[in-house]
Design a protein around this ligand. Structure first.
Ligand SMILES: C[S@@+](CC[C@H](N)C(=O)[O-])C[C@H]1O[C@@H](n2cnc3c(N)ncnc32)[C@H](O)[C@@H]1O
Length: 228
């Protein structure tokens, strides 16, 4: 058995007994988790550097991996298949429980909604906001992240670039991926988010492009701290 601390230190998850995939949620998770344990390793590495009780994951689809390490996660997605996945409450809980070190009584909430719409969530009530391959989550949902909280964002849809020009954020660390493991690095941050070509980054141009900026370095993702 490995506990969360050990996983956080190594960024490598071991000891999982993969459940037999029988129900709706398990089948969908098997498809999502094709690179077995990849997202578990990602969120374990993040949990090793960011203390978060409450996590908000807009555009999650069926990526339930944050619940393997964080006690309370609110997932949001417009896709009907995500709603079907989270409707299988027992199946989702079984997937989480199969992961060593998972919270004993995880709080898992799903909103079948557009994250740009009025969500009725309490402002500044989350410790960690997750933005992975799901558009401009930071632009729409930073209001729900507490000041001092963390945005985990990858660059592919342009949301990392959006956060880089958002005065509410400062770059706190990068998430480096290597051979299926993840490591958080907070040194030499000035070498990151440097565009390969001179370019003026604005919200309008990012919306128009709908994709990220080519930077001189290419970490898997970034951790920004909300400062105001
Ligand atoms: C490419 S998938 C990524 C899923 C997950 N974040 C991952 O990394 O595996 C993008 C997801 O974002 C959802 N999405 C995109 N825009 C959204 C919006 N405005 N509101 C809610 N969900 C949205 C889509 O329905 C889709 O499930």
């Amino acid at each position: 058995m490995c506990d969360v601390q050990t996983l956080a230190e190594t960024g490598r998850a071991t000891g999982l007994q993969w459940p037999r995939m029988t129900g709706v949620a398990q089948k969908m998770w098997a498809e999502q988790d094709r690179e077995q344990g990849d997202r578990w390793r990602l969120f374990t590495a993040v949990a090793g550097s960011v203390h978060a009780e409450r996590v908000l994951y807009p555009g999650s689809f069926v990526d339930i991996a944050p619940s393997f390490v964080f006690p309370s996660v609110t997932y949001i997605d417009t896709d009907k298949r995500a709603a079907k996945f989270f409707d299988d409450v027992h199946g989702v809980r079984a997937i989480v429980a199969a992961h060593d070190g998972a919270p004993a009584s995880p709080d898992i909430t799903f909103r079948h909604a557009d994250y740009t719409s009025e969500l009725g969530l309490e402002p500044e009530s989350f410790d960690l906001l997750v933005s992975l391959y799901a558009g401009f989550v930071s632009e729409a949902c930073t209001e729900y992240l507490r000041v001092g909280g963390t945005l985990l964002v990858n660059p592919s849809h342009g949301d990392a670039a959006m956060a880089s020009i958002d005065p509410r954020y400062r770059l706190a660390a990068v998430v480096k991926a290597r051979s299926g493991t993840y490591r958080i690095a907070a040194d030499r941050l000035e070498n990151h988010l440097v565009p390969k070509k001179p370019i003026e980054i604005t919200p309008a141009m990012l919306h128009e492009r709908g994709r990220g900026i080519a930077y001189t370095t290419a970490p898997f993702a970034y951790l920004f701290q909300r400062t105001r």
